[in-house]
Design a protein around this ligand. Structure first.
Ligand code: PNS
Length: 166
């Protein structure tokens, strides 16, 4: 398989997609030819969510409207199953700091156990985003703050509509 035919999956909650996620997508496109940003259905976590899965997918589509190599898709069930169905052998995750490490390695090793053909690749974001999380963005918006430094315009617009933030 050549580098030019590589399909990667970037799974997550993306509630909502942040500039940190966006940067990981752009970095991932340096090692993969196409990337699926895969929004997980997580019914057990739905109470804490701000946006529906459809809204998250719409925002990802809007943010990457000019990037044909990026597709937004939803999945439920196991990530490795979804990767297999789509023919992807690379899973991308962002690693912001040492606090992410334990959880991320646990997931990567579990996924490897479930399907050794799927390789997890960790990408470090630019230092500007090493503190950023979607949960902080949600909190800023809920409290009426300005999250525009942390999310792109289409996301900021939805945050404003949802919470009346600036
Ligand atoms: O952005 P998040 O919430 O940290 O993403 C976590 C996610 C969605 C990548 C992870 O929970 C996941 O892969 N869920 C799908 C179910 C699954 O495959 N679980 C076993 C892997 S450890």
């Amino acid at each position: 398989m050549t580098a030019k035919s590589r399909l990667a999956i970037y799974p997550g909650s993306f509630d909502p997609i942040t500039r940190g996620h966006e940067e990981i997508v752009r970095r991932a496109l340096r090692i993969a030819d196409r990337l699926i940003v895969a929004v997980a259905h997580q019914p057990s976590r739905s109470k804490q969510g701000m946006f529906s899965v459809d809204e998250r997918l719409d925002m990802i589509g809007e943010v990457f409207a000019d990037e044909p190599a990026v597709e937004a898709a939803e999945f439920d069930g196991l990530l490795v199953e979804f990767a297999r169905q789509r023919g992807a052998s690379i899973v991308v995750r962002g690693l912001r700091s040492v606090s992410d490490f334990e959880y991320e390695v646990q997931m990567a090793l579990t996924n490897r156990q479930l399907d050794p053909a799927i390789e997890t690749v960790f990408l470090a974001p630019d230092g500007r985003w090493s503190f950023l999380s979607a949960s902080l963005v949600r909190e800023i918006a809920r409290l009426g703050g300005d999250a525009s430094a942390f999310v792109s315009e289409p996301v900021q617009r939805r945050l404003r509509e949802r919470s009346g933030s600036r």
